[in-house]
Design a protein around this ligand. Structure first.
Ligand SMILES: [Zn+2]
Length: 99
């Protein structure tokens, strides 16, 4: 599996910055280095995040990690799932559309 495919799967087919779904509205997800390679960032998956081409183009000059917000959403979703016994994918999609 290519790195981009792994990343896309790991983060639920979405851009971590704007939440757009892969291949929707013509947006293709790309690999973004959280710490740029020019600043010594690695190609390890821990330094990568999926961003749509639009977000990647308008990317911040300084390293910007979108994963913190994403992880907060995941934790919120997990609590909700435990309480309500529902499918993970169902709720994660729901939460993303309202935040
Ligand atoms: Zn985006």
């Amino acid at each position: 599996m290519r790195t981009i495919d792994k990343l896309i799967k790991l983060y639920g087919n979405r851009c971590l910055a704007c939440g757009v779904k892969h291949m929707k509205y013509g947006q293709t997800l790309t690999v973004d280095h959280i710490i740029p390679k020019s600043l010594g960032g690695s190609d390890e998956i821990s330094n990568l995040q999926p961003l749509c081409s639009r977000c990647n183009r308008s990317k911040w000059k300084t390293p910007y990690d979108c994963r913190e917000r994403f992880i907060t959403l995941i934790h919120r979703a997990e609590k909700y799932i435990l309480r309500n016994q529902i499918e993970f994918d169902e709720i994660i999609n729901e939460i993303r559309t309202i935040t």
